[in-house]
Design a protein around this ligand. Structure first.
Ligand code: ADP
Ligand code: MG
Length: 629
């Protein structure tokens, strides 16, 4: 007797949606069902390594697809690993991960995309309900008896049934009872073209039951199994024989992504290390790129046999967005995740595949438009590599792109090589500024003298930047120097125009010293020191840290968020004696009023550096007092 089971609520919700509201790209159900058949065969191939008896009676693998117009059914059969009754209940009745929720949350107005994405969320099987109003699964697990097979069935409303049945051999039949208006999938031509598209790169033979004319009489026909793919693992084919279309379709099969990949690298290497790799860069970063639970890693094959999904040992963490596979003869067939972690071969492969990935990006960078898209999606995570992977640092530095102060280049980014190439004569260093936003970086008073001298400054405002710059010393012999550094080392730089040449100081040294002394006296222990600025042109003042190393606003926020005490910071105040505001302040002879001026000038500097003040009310009070004169 068949037992009736209730689907999990979230499965029911998903089924309702699939059955009623996906209108385009309906054919993806075939990709999903065929890909499950192919997975089942891969699993059995793997299991048979240690238990050859599992396949002894039926050693050749195949996927068979048969349409029955009279019955209105489409049946996809495989002789893979199969399922027991318990497994069918578990795998087809519940959803292990948060797949459905993720899928439902990700639904967009783009219907075509929705359908394409199904497989990504581990709910591919249910896509059969897009075209079927009843699905029957007959399955027998490899190594079980004939009468231990299972019949699972559902009409896609809230329940399914399952019961024991018999099946002649191991494997699974998925029988789709097509909806009345979806019978086009039974037409030979539609079926053949769809199947071909989705099975081209499957390394198991896929057969289609086809009927063809034999004699002159119309009913003089013959039916037979016709193989529709060449069943060769795509990555084992010489790269020059694989078409672009095939690479793209294979990528979609591998990742269930609905978009084309941005780039791929296919390498076959023999010798010291023996491997084939096919790596892909997606065109879009996954939403959970910064989430610990991100599913990352490559598919691992050993001697063409599928071993495991998401093997994480072959790429460093900062390349976690790279997809693809590696097939090697250098690992044993019984390799486990634990073994991989200690394997020297795996470590060597990791180095090799890291280089392959970085080469793939370097090649992509020849296409400006595509590389800009790549950079927007993955630039931030690539920066992690600068810190994480010192061995690859030089290669990564070449891939970095930066926004800079160069006029009219707001959307343009520059590589370090191009930055260095266009440095004005005499510039010895690479200058950068880190701020909390692009606007704050661009408007920073620290850039004034650099601007006047025509020195381009790299603008940085991402969380990762501070960390990255902390581990960067130089690029091609040029030092990285922060615009906030006490010594900017600009002596050699020729100014661009005459009137921008160094102006002789108006006042005397003695006047300067006096001015500085007045500020020091007025500000007392609010500052570490006061000095005359050489970096400011328009702004009245700025603050610099004691050791050039100031906490940036970001760092401060990170410390705060982590509940850490922010160290009491004292700055050196730099005043621009050419600034009208400072001149006006110095003209004030009353010490109390001058102290108010000095306070405002310090707060301005802090405000522009940090974006906020500890005592905004005090600042406003002082400012208002001065405004009211
Ligand atoms: P996924 O393939 O991402 O795991 P699916 O919804 O496509 O998600 O399939 C769910 C599960 O059902 C599979 O993981 C597998 O355990 C089982 N399954 C589906 N089709 C088959 C099949 N043809 N043979 C054996 N098991 C299958
Ligand atoms: Mg699947």
């Amino acid at each position: 007797m068949a037992e009736v089971h209730q689907f999990q609520t979230k499965v029911s919700k998903l089924l309702k949606l699939l059955a009623n509201s996906l209108y385009s790209n309906k054919e993806v159900f075939l990709r999903e069902i065929v890909s499950n058949a192919s997975d089942a065969i891969d699993k059995l191939r793997f299991a048979a390594i240690s238990k050859p008896e599992l396949t002894a009676d039926d050693p050749s693998f195949s996927i068979r697809i048969r349409a029955d117009k009279d019955a209105g059914t489409l049946t996809i059969s495989d002789n893979g690993i199969g399922m027991t009754l318990e497994q069918a209940n578990e795998h087809l009745g519940t959803i292990a991960q948060s797949g459905t929720e993720d899928f439902l949350e990700n639904l967009s107005a783009d219907d075509a995309k929705n359908a394409q994405q199904i497989g990504q969320f581990g709910v591919g099987f249910y896509s059969s309900f897009i075209v079927a109003d009843r699905v029957t699964v007959i399955s027998r697990a490899a190594g079980t008896a004939e009468n231990e097979a299972v019949k699972w069935e559902s009409d896609g409303s809230g329940t399914y049934t399952s019961e024991l049945t018999t099946r002649a051999g191991r494997g699974t039949d998925v029988i789709l009872h097509l909806k009345a208006d979806e019978t086009s999938f039974l037409e030979p031509w539609t079926l053949r073209s769809t199947i071909t598209k989705y099975s081209d790169h499957i390394s198991t033979p896929v057969y289609l039951w086809e009927t063809r004319q034999k004699g002159d009489e119309e009913k003089d026909t013959v039916s037979e199994w016709v193989q529709v793919n060449d069943a060769k693992a795509l990555w084992t084919i010489a790269p020059k024989e694989v078409t672009e279309e095939q690479y793209k379709e294979f990528y979609k099969h591998l990742t269930h992504d609905w978009e084309d990949p941005l780039a791929w690298a296919h390498n076959r290497v023999e010798g010291d290390l023996d491997y084939i790799s096919l790596l892909y860069c997606p065109s879009r970063a996954p939403m959970d790129l910064y989430n610990r639970d991100l599913q990352k890693g490559l598919k691992l094959f050993v001697q063409r046999v599928f071993i495991m999904d998401r093997a994480e040992e072959f790429l460093p963490n900062y390349l976690r967005f790279v997809k693809g596979l590696v097939d090697t003869n250098d690992l044993p067939l019984n390799v486990s995740r634990e073994l991989l972690q200690e394997s020297r071969v795996a470590a060597k492969l990791k180095r090799a595949l890291t280089r392959r990935s970085l080469d793939m990006f370097a090649k992509l960078s020849e296409d400006k438009e595509k590389y800009a898209a790549f950079w927007t999606q993955f630039g931030r995570v690539l920066k992690e590599g600068v810190v994480e992977d010192p061995d690859s640092r030089d290669a990564i530095l070449k891939l970095l792109r930066f926004a800079t102060t160069k006029e009219g280049a707001a959307s343009e980014t520059v590589s370090l090589a191009d930055y260095v190439a266009r440095m004005p004569e005499g510039q010895k260093n690479i200058y950068y500024i880190i701020a909390s936003s692009r606007e704050a970086a661009e408007g920073s008073p620290y850039l004034e003298v650099l601007r006047r001298k025509g020195v381009e400054v790299i603008l940085l405002w991402e969380r990762i930047d501070e960390w990255m710059m902390g581990s960067l010393e130089e690029f091609e012999g040029k030092k990285f120097i922060s615009a906030t550094a006490a010594d900017l080392d600009l002596e050699g730089v020729k100014s661009e125009s005459k009137d921008e040449a160094e102006k002789p100081a108006e006042g005397s040294r003695e006047d300067d010293d006096k001015a500085v002394a007045r500020f020091k006296a007025a500000l007392g222990d609010k500052v570490e020191d006061v000095r005359v600025s050489t970096r400011l042109v328009d702004s009245a003042s700025c603050v610099v840290g004691a050791h050039d190393q100031m906490l940036t606003q970001q760092m401060r926020m990170m410390l705060q968020a982590a509940g850490q005490q922010i160290p009491e910071e004292k700055y050196t105040l730099e005043v621009n004696l050419e600034s009208p505001l400072v001149k006006k302040a110095l003209a004030e002879s009353d010490p109390d009023r001058f102290a108010e001026w000095a306070g405002v000038i310090l707060d301005q500097a802090l405000l522009s550096e940090q974006g906020s003040l500890k005592d905004p009310a005090g600042f406003l009070k002082r400012l208002n007092a001065l405004l009211l004169g």
